[in-house]
Design a protein. Structure first.
Length: 213
């Protein structure tokens, strides 16, 4: 019985090699060598472009927040054509990149999605302004503000979401952790960040650069 089974397996192997011309064994995890596809890794992809490409683009695009709010006259969507970027080209969520100098009024890390309430220097409008400080970040304003990151370049929604998560991980590590956020109440910070419009009375900004003055 064993001899018959061995003979059958030998015949099948020979047939397969005859049809394909050759048999190539590929180790698990090295399939890209056979298919030509490189395994997706959001963490390494973001790390490789963050300082060299992402931050310079956002810093260049950032509009002064005081001027932005003054120009908007209480309706943030009116500046979409001038400063905004929609998450899906001409539709979806509206995002802006802004910069400013502000006093930290309060740091609230009682929840995982921590925030800092700030008072924008030289502006006394009614809008409440907060900077996200992690470790959980709401939204995907940073990803959606970058011109070179596009949904159609990714295989599926999972990969698309992973890019935003990896961006937030880099922000936590490179921007926020070195600042000892809990100690910033009463201090003045300069920031560049992104936010998604969600009404006109509150801005929730994800910082991509922040320094303490």
């Amino acid at each position: 019985m064993k001899r018959r089974l061995a003979a059958l397996l030998l015949v099948l192997a020979f047939a397969a090699s005859s049809l394909t011309g050759c048999v190539k064994v590929v180790k698990i995890g090295e399939e890209d060598k056979l298919t030509g596809e490189v395994a997706f890794n959001a963490d390494s992809d973001v790390e490789s472009i963050w300082q060299s490409k992402a931050v310079p683009e956002l810093a260049e695009k950032a509009v002064d927040l005081k001027e932005f709010l003054t120009q908007s006259k209480g309706d943030l969507k009116t500046l979409a054509d001038k400063y905004g970027k929609y998450s899906m080209g001409s539709s979806g969520e509206l995002n802006y990149v802004v910069k400013g100098t502000a006093e930290v009024v309060k740091v609230d890390q009682s929840k995982k999605a921590g925030v800092m309430d700030v008072r924008l220097q030289g502006y006394d409008g009614p809008e409440a302004i907060q900077l996200q400080v992690g470790s959980v970040f709401k939204g995907s304003a940073v990803r959606d503000s970058l011109s070179f990151i596009k949904y159609e370049d990714y295989k599926n929604q999972v990969q698309w979401a992973s890019v935003s998560q990896s961006i937030h991980a880099v922000i936590q590590k490179q921007v926020l952790d070195p600042l000892n956020v809990a100690s910033l109440t009463g201090k003045t910070v300069e920031f560049v960040g992104c936010f998604t419009v969600d009404g006109n009375d509150k801005l929730l900004i994800t910082p991509v650069q922040m320094t303490v003055k």
